[in-house]
Structures are given as C-alpha cells and as structure tokens.
Design a protein around this ligand. Structure first.
Ligand code: AMP
Length: 476
C-alpha cells in the first residue's frame, strides 16, 4: 500500500503536501517524500520514517513552488532501500518529472526485462514505479503528449496503479482501468489536489469534488482541471480491503463513507451471528466502526475492553513474528473492570495470520472475561494479494489451511464468526463485479500466473498511441 498526493496551488504547496501526507500516514509508514517545482527547477526531500520524522519546518520552507507531489510508502515491490523512496525524480528532454504510485504491478519482471535487455536501459531503483516513468518518457519521446503516454501505460501495465506525475508546472493523475486503488480530486484554497483518500482534502480544509474514474486521466494546472477518459473496463475491481481495513474510516471512497460500510458490516455480523452477551468491544481502532454496527443492531452496549496506546505503530510492520507477538501487549491494554466476569463480543476487521487474534483473546480472557465471541468484519482470507496489500503467502494465512472451527480453537475464542461475502458486498454498496475479492475467493480480476481469474475486458478510447504490444509479452 502507499499514499499519494499531487497539488497545484497558487499559495505554495510544500505545507499542504505535508498535511496531506500526514492524513495519509496510515497508508504507509516506511518512508515519505515530497517533490515541488517552482517554474525552473525541482526541489525534493525524502527519507525513511514517518512524515513527522522526515520533514520539519525548515525543510518544508526549502521546497519551493506552486506545484508538487508527495508519497508515503508501504513497500510491496522493491526492497526497503533509500533509492526506492518516492517521489521518483528525473529529467527528460528538459522536462522536470516526478512520479508517485500506489499499487502493485504484476508484470514488473517482463517490463523490466524488456527495458534492460532489448533497450539497454538502466534503472536506479528496484520499484515498479520507475517502470511507469520509463514508459511515460518512452512515449513522450515520440508523441510529446501525456494523453498518449498514459494510454501507453494503460496498455502496458498490468496490476493496480493510481499514479500522480508532475511534469513541470502540471500535475497528471490517473487510475488503472479497474480502479483497484482509490484516487480522488478536490479543491484547495487556491488550486486543486488529487490524493489517495478524501481525508487528505479534509486536512487542507478543501472541498471534495469527486473520485477519479477508473481509466481516467486528470490534468491539474494553474488554470484548472481537465479530464480525458483513456480506457473503459467492462467492470471495475476496487480492492475490498480498502473498506474492510486499509482506508481511514472518515474517508469517502467511490461514493461510500468507509465508516458507514464498516457499520453496516457490523450490523450484518449481528444478524448473521447473534449472541447473548454483556458488552460489544472493538479491537481498536480497526474494529471500532464494525463494533458500533453490531452494538446498534443488537442493543448490547458498546464498551471498550481494550485501550490502544496511540503512540505505537501497527504491529503488522514489525519484521519478525516474535516482535509482532510482543508488540500486541504493548499496543493494547485490557480494561479489567469492563471485562471481568463478562461475556464479550470482540469485534475486529480481519484475521490474517491469526497472531493478533490469539494474543487478544488471551489478553481478554486473562482480564476475567467468561466468554469471548469473536466477530470478524471480513470473510476468511484464503489467498494472497498481488495488487498492493501486504497479504502474506498462503502458508502464512491461517484460514487457507484451517476451517473456521479450527481457527476458533487455535485462537481460543468461545465462538467465531466471519461475515459472509454476500453481506460484505451488500455493505459496500457496490456490485460483486466491481470489487476485487481475490484474497477472499482466490479469483482475481486480472490474469495472475498460477491463479484463477475473471479478467475484465478493457477498451482503449482516447489518444493516438500505436506501439507494438508484442514486445511486452513475457520472455521465454
Ligand atoms: P494477524 O491476524 O495477526 O495477521 O493480524 C491481523 C490484524 O492486522 C487485522 O485485524 C488488521 O487490523 C491488521 N491487518 C490486516 N491486514 C493488514 C495489512 N495488510 N497490513 C497491516 N495490518 C493489517
């Protein structure tokens, strides 16, 4: 996962980009970066760590200009090395260019082989983002049109990509034809913003305009916003995990407030698996909205049995299993008075490896709960994600090998229920065909080697791009 943003604003962009990245921090904590353009040159600063660690007021004051892009990174392709920190900056035929990307390409190896072996090109990073830069300049070289360059990208890239590109005094933003990752557009005080989630617009006290459509290219300049639809797919494939876990609850994604989706999931969890209990307790913060829905539907009081130390990062980003296990105890403290002697419905968004749930059940039981009914806001996760969520291999996914009853036993809960796929889809307000459910069904919206798929048909409807697509076929 990653968070991306691009801003054009007559009042300067470095501080707005910083606030926007701060709002998107949940999408990536490994590194952060900003690139701006002041009419003649690029200014850049990036580094490993949280937004607050990478930037300070003096750095931000040195990032001059009214055009800029920013990025927070959670690596899925490419190692955790300084070269891979985005934005990826370069110049081409006198143009200053910076690229930021959220998503994961599934044909990185083929594309990289093509550029290295057939074209003799060098790479500075091991990211898939650099490939997007290469394709863009390859096309600009012949047509000098960003519409054609983005069309070239959409024809050649496979996988998920929401991309923001700065080319001198303009910001271009496009979303893959299936719309797998979110991207939205807003108005700022004296200009416009594109960003992964609407909370970044809120942080600037801006005005949400709309989501960028799948397959659309939006161009922002000092004179306003232009749009061209480059590609249209037979149906879309928004990542279901954005609603379940990844996005902030206060974001609106493709027309749905994430909090509402999670509350509806909680309601359905109650209707599907009602239970007589004393309290509904969320696993904070990821299960909070789901738990309010369960509480409202059941009439059982919502009471926090676990309090989060809000100064600690996500346990998931700990590199080893041992560290992840210990981190749970530091991160969440049980409120004994709320739990002792009680029958508790414990609501969380998802079970991935099962480590967290087992620890939580242990904590809540040790605090005196007499029964722990685990209710989970996602169906069993049975397959890995190839499209940008850090979802482990099948071997590490607890539900890929064990039945629900076996998982219940393993985590030590009294009862365990996962929401059904049907109720989950209803809660999102989208059609089955417009979501990527790969991690839940093992069937993906595009071809992935060795996996089942239900690929969408894509029509390319804009631009004059004509290139021999055969050159991008996998090498033998
Ligand atoms: P576990 O079952 O121990 O792997 O942990 C699952 C918990 O981690 C979930 O309840 C989520 O809150 C969180 N989580 C799920 N998926 C991810 C992810 N891709 N990155 C970070 N945290 C995640």
């Amino acid at each position: 996962m990653c968070g991306i943003v691009g801003i054009v604003d007559a009042g300067g962009v470095s501080f707005p980009l910083y606030y926007a990245l701060y709002a998107l921090q949940h999408r990536g904590q490994e590194s952060a970066g900003i690139t701006t353009f002041n009419g003649t040159q690029l200014f850049k600063h990036k580094g490993q760590g949280l937004v607050s660690e990478v930037f300070d007021a003096s750095v931000l004051s040195s990032l001059k200009g009214n055009v800029g892009v920013g990025h927070v990174r959670y690596p899925t392709t490419g190692a955790k090395i300084p070269e891979n920190v985005q934005p990826f900056n370069f110049t081409f035929q006198g143009k200053n260019i910076a690229v930021v990307h959220n998503g994961n390409l599934t044909n990185t190896v083929e594309l990289r082989n093509y550029f290295e072996e057939d074209r003799g090109q060098t790479f500075c990073t091991t990211t898939d983002t650099e490939l997007i830069g290469k394709i863009i300049v390859d096309e600009l070289r012949v047509s000098n049109s960003m519409t054609d360059a983005v069309l070239a990208c959409m024809k050649k890239l496979e996988g998920s990509y929401s991309v923001v590109v700065l080319v001198d005094d303009k910001v271009y933003a496009f979303r893959d034809p299936l719309g797998i990752r979110p991207l939205c557009l807003g108005k700022t005080h004296e200009g416009h913003i594109v960003c992964s989630e609407s909370v970044a617009i809120d942080a600037l006290n801006g005005e949400f305009i709309r989501d960028v459509n799948p397959g659309e290219l939006v161009t922002i300049s000092a004179s306003g916003v232009e749009s061209v639809q480059i590609a249209e797919a037979s149906s879309h494939a928004l990542c279901i995990f954005e609603y379940i876990y990844f996005a902030r609850a206060d974001s609106v994604i493709d027309g749905q407030l994430v909090y509402d989706v999670r509350r509806r999931i909680g309601k359905s969890l109650h209707l599907e698996a009602p239970i007589d209990a004393d309290i509904i307790s969320p696993v904070p913060d990821s299960g909070t909205a789901h738990a309010t829905g369960y509480s409202e539907s059941s009439g059982i009081p919502f009471r926090e049995g676990l309090i989060k130390n809000r100064y600690m990062g996500r346990t998931f980003i700990m590199p080893t299993q041992k560290m992840r296990e210990n981190a749970v105890r530091i991160k969440l403290n049980p409120v004994k008075k709320h739990l002792n002697g009680k029958s508790v419905v414990l609501v969380d968004d998802s079970i991935v490896r099962g480590t967290t749930s087992r620890r939580l059940v242990d904590l809540v039981r040790a605090a005196g709960a007499r029964a722990i009914h685990m209710r989970v806001g996602s169906p069993a996760i049975i397959a890995p994600c190839y499209l940008g969520v850090d979802m482990p291999t099948r071997e590490e996914l607890i539900a890929s090998k064990l039945s629900c009853e076996e998982v219940r036993e393993k985590i030590g809960a009294t009862t365990l229920h996962h929401i059904s796929i049907e109720s989950l889809i209803r809660a999102t307000g989208h059609n089955y065909d417009d979501l990527c459910l790969g991690c839940l069904t093992g069937e993906y919206p595009l071809c992935i080697k060795g996996e089942k798929s239900c690929p969408r048909h894509i029509d390319f409807i804009a631009g004059t791009y004509q290139s021999d697509l055969d050159e991008f076929k996998p090498k033998k």
